[in-house]
Ligand binder design. Structure first.
Ligand code: B4P
Length: 204
């Protein structure tokens, strides 16, 4: 009973989560469940880019050329877009950052930006899945959805290379702040959601 009360008090604070992991690790899939359970605003930089591509906006045209090759979109474009997405929700109880940050520059700017709003990252949850399994998931999604960056093994490999070179250094960035938690990302979607909920409730 006392433990439950303590959990309630802690979870009543703003929660700002980063969902972290290699391409296809399930960030977008799990964000939907976490959003619903904790009433958070979900911001997926990949989804915002894909929406802009579908509407042929200037941002979409720019992002498309990078995404179709499996390259990261340049920091200055991505950061500006993320900041404006956050500013659209001044009354949010908290945010799920899905697919952002992906570079050290993005992470540093996110910390400063949140600090300027008296906010901070609560924790980073990394979904851990081997690359062989991820390739199978992405190729399957490519067939079902037509997503160009999922259809070709060399583009998928380029996305892993981008992750390993530019995104993986963030593991130490968040470990240094005691905010990095790894969750096994293999199994049923429900099972993985429960692992994430347990991590959030233990650590917030
Ligand atoms: P994103 O849209 O972020 O997508 P992702 O990393 O490919 O996928 P995610 O991890 O969300 O996997 P999902 O749940 O969908 O990035 C796309 C591109 O956008 C990047 O390559 C980059 O070019 C650009 N971009 C985005 N953010 C950027 C940034 N900050 N800076 C620069 N560029 C940026 O799951 C994948 C598949 O697996 C789905 O089909 C799903 O159904 C399946 N799946 C999920 N969980 C499963 C499970 N447990 N078992 C079996 N299948 C599962």
């Amino acid at each position: 009973m006392i433990l439950r009360y303590i959990c309630f008090i802690n979870l009543s604070r703003m929660i700002n989560l980063i969902l972290f992991g290699k391409p296809g690790s399930g960030k977008g899939t799990q964000a939907k469940f976490v959003k619903e359970k904790y009433d958070l605003v979900h911001i997926s930089t990949g989804d915002v880019f894909r929406f802009n591509i579908s509407k042929n906006t200037d941002l979409g045209l720019l992002a498309k050329s990078y995404m179709e090759k499996g390259d990261l979109v340049p920091d200055e474009v991505t950061i500006k877009m993320l900041e404006s997405e956050v500013e659209n929700f001044p009354n949010a109880k908290g945010f799920i950052f899905d697919g952002f940050p992906r570079t050290t520059t993005q992470a540093q700017i996110l910390d400063n930006f949140l600090d300027s709003k008296n906010m901070s990252i609560s924790m980073t949850i990394a979904l851990d899945v081997d690359e062989d399994l991820l390739i199978d998931r992405l190729i399957k999604r490519g067939k079902e959805s037509g997503r160009i960056d999922d259809q070709d093994r060399s583009k998928i490999q380029n996305r892993f290379d981008e992750y390993n070179n530019k995104t993986a250094p963030l593991i130490n960035f968040y470990k240094a702040q005691n905010k990095f938690f790894k969750v096994n990302g293999v199994g049923d979607v429900d099972q993985i959601s429960n692992r994430i909920f347990n991590t959030i409730e233990k650590k917030t």
